[in-house]
Write a new protein. Sequence first.
Length: 294
Amino acid sequence: MSRIKPDDDVRAKMKYLNLGCGSRYHAEWINIDIAPSGEGVIKHDLSQGIPLADAGCDAVYHSHLLEHLRQPAALQFMRECYRVMKPGAVVRVAVPDLELICRVYLEKLEQALKHDNADDYDWIMMELLDQTVREQSGGGMLGYLSRSRIPNEDFVYDRIGEEGRNLVRVLRERSNNTDPSSEQTKQFSRQRSLPTLQRLRSKIRHTVLTRWLGFDWQLPLQIGRFRMAGEVHQWMYDRYSLARLMLWAGFRDPIQQSANQSLIADWPSFNLDTLADGTVIKPDSLFMEARRPV
């Protein structure tokens, strides 16, 4: 499979699309996210489709987005990616690598059985299951990362990469900044204090639901609303199942790539999967690409 190799003038005219970009985006791309975190990012709920015309994009990329969609929605979403791509264009998908997680799990299981060292085992079990079955934001992984000392820090960082390091840094800063007089604590308190009208509406809603559903409605509704809010993983993929999904959506020639390899020319320069020094941002990822047929 040949790369896209545009010169600088052609590259400037190419249309690259980054879906669910979060805080990692590039100025040369069209960046879309449901909760924009930077200037120029388009606010849009991708469950409602991609807000672009047919066959206009030279490349489409999304990272750690697909696993948050239920299976029927995942296929529909990949077909939407296909729709907005030009013939011959490349789609690049990054997801948590189920195969890799399973291989690491088996390795850490053997080590735990032989050496009674459960720290790595506990983490990989959470990585495998917690993101799918959790019933509250952050789940067990957030609790583990919030510790003042992570016993297997090197292993955890090898798994969750630079984003994980940044999260731990933020969590530790927050834990060290709990002074009631601090601005951060005051802001948190203000956010927790609901306006009178909002509290009244909440009380009325609670009364109505209790009358119609009884006193046992609260926990199931709370869990259900959380699990449908987009945080949990609805499915996981390995190189076989992701390639098959791409084929079902109409793409051809799916191929596994590394973080810094791509059919998209100058891929590392965009710093979407790697930092400027080559560090992989999400080392637990499976990277796959395919083309829309010409």
